[in-house]
Design a protein around this ligand. Sequence first.
Ligand code: SF4
Ligand code: SF4
Length: 400
Amino acid sequence: MEKDLAIQKSIFSKISGIDTNKGDDFYEDLYKRCEERIDALQAVNPFTEDELEEVLVEEGYNRRDFMKWVSATTAMLMLPGFFEPLVAKTVQVLNRVPVIWINLQDCAGNSEAFLRTDGPTVDELILEIISLEFHELLMAPSGEHAEQQLENAMTTFKNEYLLFVEGAIPTAENGIYGTIGTSGETYVDHLVRLSADAKAIVAVGTCATFGGIPAAAPNPTGARGVMDIVSNKPIVNIPACPANPANMLGVILLYAMTGELPELDSLLRPKFAFGYRIHDACERRVHFDAGEYVEEWGDASAQAGHCLYKMGCKGPVTFNNCPTVKYNRGTSWPVAAGHGCIGCSEPGFFDKFDRFEAPTPFNPNYNPASDFQIAAGIGLFAAYKTATQEESAQEGYHGE
Ligand code: SF4
Ligand code: SF4
């Protein structure tokens, strides 16, 4: 499955035109800088290999699974294969990157996404070993004790912590639609205060990035995304509803390894995750190209796995790595499960895509690679898929 992901990435990165090869000099220099940084972090109380193994073994993973994850993650982060040992080493120093996580106007779905205990992925397990200094949903203290813990974390890790923000920020009526406990601090003030001493902000989920469902019309609370409120700090946006834990971990890993944030697009989204249009990596794409569409739920085309465009799939105008990273232990994603993408990671979701089952016109500004490249990529991937399915069947794996 991990190899599957790596190969899909390499095929579709070429199709999408993302610069995945910055040249030998760039990678050699980056490698040296990463090595130095990891060595420095390792000197300060790293997570030991034994401790890491303990976390994985508890959920039924072994060293081989971990190494497969390392190689898939290295490919997902668009790094050359020789970075794999560095990625593996970085996992042991993830506990040196302090994270403060706050929940604002949200359903906590992003927290749930990486907390799920029923069959967590390696990504989710590794997220458990980060240095989560504050997360009111997860920690035992509440009330004043929780507020004290937040103050302590902010003081101890001043200018070092990554501030993860989940949820939109209500701005109407001076922000009174969202306040913190007995202090009555509004979410707006809370976000601005915690941002001041953060190294960078990671907005997780579509509510925190673009306002999401709380900002849907008529938006009575004046819900906005983080980047509408904070302007003086680096911001990384990881939209989707919920954000994929693999992408959350990818940002922390890259930061731990390089000391820098990932390369971002114009919407502040990491290119490694949002540089691809869903449509170009979709396993039903061959049917789109062949004009084979589902016309009605449950019809023969639906049963044959044909394209969902006519049933409203928003894959042609949505950028995310859902088809490659997937959900539920990497076994499936909405389109594989039979429903079109509803565009949950795009700005303007929910209103922009509220007619979920009506076909959406293609984005006229999108300039895809030539049909030949796409067809070649799809063909190559289909051939690879057949080969891996045979291999998976032999190994007894029966995922997607
Ligand atoms: S329209 Fe949707 S189902 Fe069809 S190929 Fe594109 S992403 Fe896949
Ligand atoms: S497939 Fe579309 S709707 Fe589903 S999670 Fe991905 S971006 Fe969101």
